[in-house]
Structures are given as structure tokens and as C-alpha cells.
Design a protein around this ligand. Structure first.
Ligand SMILES: [Zn+2]
Length: 318
């Protein structure tokens, strides 16, 4: 069982900052194209929201008994946010990708998971897959979702025990919140890039990080990372405190078994890196859902104390 110690965090953050600094310098000196391992390939550049919808329609058409497309809702720009429902089981679970529009690697994981799942749905479960929540951001490879020339970070737009930058400036986040309530979602994964890590609540501005279910969350995260060997840990400890995220909202409001995937090593993985994201995350996601509890957690209230000074640690970059 992997564990996370406090001493890892500063070392990790330092090396990350150093890497970004070096990369920024080199890109400035030699042009972005000099580093293909960190550059989006032309194939990925053409992947827009319509191609994700086309894939879901194709999977549903070819596997009509197990897969159907569904409409989550309509965003502020009037676009339908589409998903794929896979399986016929009584337990309803969720995978949502690309809250942050620049994190296209997460959408590639969601699409690959959908392809895998239609071939072999998980017995007893229906899994709702939303490959792109932030459609305008995804099409522009921009983190935030823009509405009438104002932009919002979608993953700070949910209510939370220590506040939020919202809640619900965006129709997309409100639609997802309504959906998890309506469908009785029990377990969820929300896919982002990158850290790499698989994280569990609490991730809010607090020093009281534990829930009564740390052991279950750690077990699920360990199951999810057998191929990837990503770091497993508490959100605030491994990454940084962030208020108004979906992953904390889902647990806090409903007791949903909610894991946050900060997949891979880059926001701009090339084709090789995307293939690796898929190879190491799809089997782990399946395993995580297979072993997730079949009912929501009972004791999901936040019993700790908020420390709003920790908000300054939120880097808004993952
Ligand atoms: Zn993100």
C-alpha cells in the first residue's frame, strides 16, 4: 500500500516548478516545436467536441443493447452536453472528464474507457461517461469556460464546505450537480491532467483532512493505480487545497465515492503519451468501479474547521 508523507510534497513541488521554469526558458529560446514530447500533435489538435460526440454515437449504434447517448444538459452557449450511458445495472456510477478545457488527455481517457466498457459492461452497474464537460474550453484548449466574455474555472464552481468561487456560474456544472442527484450516482471519477496522482477527499481549505472512509478511499485509489503507479493520497496534502471542486462536492453533498484522477505528466501529451495515459488508466478505472461500494457513504458531512488562508495555495493549474 502506497502512502504519502508530508516530506514528498515540497520536493515534488520544487521539481515541478523547476521543470516548468526550464521548459519555459527553452521554449522561449527555441520555439515550442523543439519539444515534441510536450507538444500536442496535429492529430490531437483536430480532436474537437464534435469528434467526441461522433464516437459516442458510433459506440451506441454498434452496441445498442448496452450503450445509449444521453444529454446531460445545455451549457451557457446553448450546446448540448452529451454523454454515453453504458450498462443496465441498478447501481449508477459516473466518469466525467475535461472540466478544464486544456486537459484533453482526460477526454482521451474517457473515450478509451467508453470503448472498453461497451465491449464488457460491469455487471450490476450503469456507468455514465461524460468525455467533455467544458465544451467551449475544450474546443479552444482553454482551462476556463467563458460565458458572455467572462470566464470561470468550472472546477471551483460547485458549493463546498469551505466555500467556492461559485456556486454555479455555469450551466454545465449545475447540470452535472443536478444529474448526480437525479441518477443517484454512487461512485465517481473526475479526470484531469496532470500530477500524476489519484486523490480523495478532503481537498478543501482545511487542516482536518480525514473522512471516516480514508481506508476505503485508499483501497479504491490503490486499485486504480496498479498499472500507473501514480501517487495516492489526500487531495489537499498531495496537490493543494481547492474550494468548489466537483470531487469534494460529490462526497460532501451526497456521500458519493469520489476520486480525482490527475493523470499523466503533461497538459499536452503527444500521441505516445496519450496511448500511455489510456494503457495505465483504463484498467484501473474498471477495477475501481468493480470494487466500489454499492451504496453511498453515510457520514459525508464535513466535521473539520476551514482555514481560508489556505486558499492562496490554490494554483488553478491542474
Ligand atoms: Zn484540471
Amino acid at each position: 500500500m502506497k502512502s504519502v508523507t508530508q516530506s514528498h510534497t515540497p520536493v515534488f513541488n520544487f521539481s515541478r516548478i523547476a521543470l516548468v521554469a526550464v521548459a519555459t526558458f527553452l521554449m522561449g529560446a527555441q520555439g515550442f516545436g523543439a519539444y515534441p514530447s510536450e507538444e500536442e500533435t496535429p492529430a490531437q489538435r483536430t480532436e474537437d467536441y464534435n469528434s467526441a460526440v461522433a464516437l459516442m454515437q458510433d459506440l451506441a449504434a454498434k452496441n445498442p443493447t448496452v450503450a445509449q447517448t444521453f444529454q446531460l444538459g445545455v451549457n451557457n452557449g446553448g450546446q448540448a452536453i452529451m454523454g454515453l450511458k453504458v450498462g443496465t445495472g441498478a447501481i449508477h456510477n459516473l466518469l466525467v472528464a475535461t472540466h478544464h478545457g486544456n486537459e484533453y488527455g482526460s477526454t482521451e481517457i474517457a473515450k478509451a474507457f467508453a470503448k472498453d466498457l461497451v465491449l464488457k459492461p460491469i455487471q450490476g452497474q450503469t456507468i455514465y461517461i461524460i468525455p467533455v464537460l467544458n465544451i467551449p474550453g475544450y474546443n479552444m484548449r482553454a482551462r476556463r469556460e467563458t460565458v458572455n466574455s467572462r470566464s470561470y474555472d468550472p472546477n471551483r464552481d460547485y458549493p463546498g464546505p469551505c466555500g467556492s468561487e461559485g456556486p454555479f456560474h455555469l450551466n454545465s456544472t449545475k447540470a452535472l450537480a443536478d444529474f448526480v442527484e437525479r441518477e443517484g450516482i454512487v461512485a465517481s471519477s473526475t479526470i484531469h491532467t496532470f500530477s500524476p496522482a489519484v486523490l480523495y477527499p478532503w481537498g478543501v481549505s482545511t487542516h482536518d483532512l480525514s473522512t471516516p472512509y480514508d481506508a476505503i478511499f485508499i483501497e479504491l485509489a490503490n486499485l486504480a493505480t496498479q498499472e500507473s503507479h501514480y501517487t495516492v493520497g489526500n487531495s489537499t496534502e498531495v496537490l493543494y487545497a481547492a474550494d468548489g471542486t466537483f470531487e469534494d462536492y460529490a462526497f460532501w453533498k451526497h456521500g458519493i465515492w469520489s476520486l480525482l484522477f490527475e493523470a499523466g505528466y503533461s497538459h499536452s501529451p503527444n500521441a505516445t503519451a496519450v496511448a500511455e495515459l489510456i494503457r495505465v488508466n483504463v484498467p484501473g478505472l474498471r477495477r475501481m468501479y468493480e470494487h466500489a461500494p454499492s451504496a453511498r457513504a453515510d457520514d459525508h458531512a464535513f466535521h473539520g474547521k476551514c482555514d481560508t488562508r489556505m486558499r492562496s495555495m490554490d494554483r488553478h493549474d491542474e
